[in-house]
Design a protein around this ligand. Structure first.
Ligand code: 13P
Ligand code: SF4
Length: 319
């Protein structure tokens, strides 16, 4: 529509003025994803967001997602200005893993290799040996297990349990969870599968174990999009944030995509298949931050140097 096109133009102009590029996650509003694509930015999973931001020549990154994504970009590119539509957008996994408690836990197990999910603060990353995203978590833990290493895993317990089961690695799990994915329920999914017996079930591994057990494909957002393209089934039941439907439908236009049921069935759950923090990003606050530059990510430089070590390790491993 005309209003949207006008907004895109205004934002494109501000991006140019600031020498900025948009780095967006699949869970953001479809308008934001379309804007990122139309202006030479990227829409991707958290691993590719980190890589794209690091490698892009722009001097300013506008990270549309949640805070840990902006922090990761800043840690990898301290010389760049990193802006976010709002610094208020956080993540229940990050919130559920305060650095003091986490450090104390690690200190109690000094013989363990510390592996943390990207969905953590810069301070938690700085205490880690490895950072991983869901795209590479299984491969990295498999690698560490083959070296005989014992692992501390934080913060997502469901992803941790999934990896533990898949690799057989010796892992101590933190008890965090994602408020979006923990709402998916096996019972509802089974009922839906009974309605559509020919459907494939796609599940993000932040979901509960009983939901993962029903999946035809388990993976990161980018891996689920690939599964929608490559699995033979016409119908897909998708257990992850509904923001993914925009790119998934683009990638697999002939597939029928259905949202997996959540505990509250739209009535009571806090976050029925859509992350409340991802939803804080909008075209309005993107334009506002490009104009006034106030939502800037800062990471203490000494902390950032330490957090960069396990992040670089991941990016080198995933090459
Ligand atoms: P990925 O895009 O890396 O699968 O991460 C999902 C996520 O929870 C981001 O918030
Ligand atoms: Fe965090 Fe879950 Fe939101 Fe991702 S979807 S940002 S893991 S709360």
């Amino acid at each position: 529509d005309i209003e949207r096109a006008r907004r895109f133009e205004e934002i494109a102009e501000e991006l140019k003025k600031r020498d900025a590029v948009i780095v967006a996650h699949y869970y953001t509003d479809p308008d934001i994803q379309a804007l990122a694509e139309a202006t030479g930015g990227c829409v991707s999973d958290s691993l590719e967001m980190a890589r794209f931001g690091r490698d892009h020549a722009a001097s300013t990154l506008l990270v549309a997602g949640v805070k840990f994504m902006g922090e990761t970009s800043k840690i990898l590119s301290p010389e760049k200005t990193v802006l976010m539509p709002t610094l208020e957008a956080t993540c229940s996994l990050d919130l559920g893993c305060p650095v003091d408690e986490f450090t104390a836990f690690c200190d109690q197990h000094p013989d363990h290799t510390v592996v943390v999910y990207a969905n953590t603060s810069a301070a938690v990353k700085a205490r880690a040996d490895w950072v991983v995203t869901s795209s590479v978590a299984v491969d990295i833990v498999e690698h560490l297990d083959s070296l005989g290493e014992k692992i501390i895993w934080a913060p997502d317990q469901h992803l941790g349990r999934y990896i533990q089961k898949k690799t057989g690695a010796d892992m101590l799990l933190w008890d965090g969870s994602c408020i979006v994915h923990e709402e998916f329920r096996a019972r509802g999914l089974e009922q839906m599968k009974a309605l559509y017996p020919d459907a494939a079930i796609l599940v993000h591994p932040e979901s509960p174990e009983s939901v993962i057990a029903l999946a035809d494909a388990v993976g990161s957002t980018s891996q689920l999009i690939k599964a929608a393209q490559t699995l033979p089934q016409k119908r897909m039941i998708v257990a992850t944030d509904r923001g993914i439907f925009y790119k998934m439908q683009q990638a697999a236009p002939d597939k029928i995509l259905i949202e997996a049921p959540t505990a509250g069935e739209g009535a009571t759950c806090r976050s029925c298949a859509h992350c409340p923090w991802m939803a804080m990003n909008s075209l309005d606050n993107i334009l506002a931050v490009l104009r006034n530059g106030d939502q800037e990510i800062h990471v203490d430089p000494a902390l950032a140097l330490r957090a960069k070590v396990p992040l670089d390790r991941m990016l080198d491993f995933a090459k």
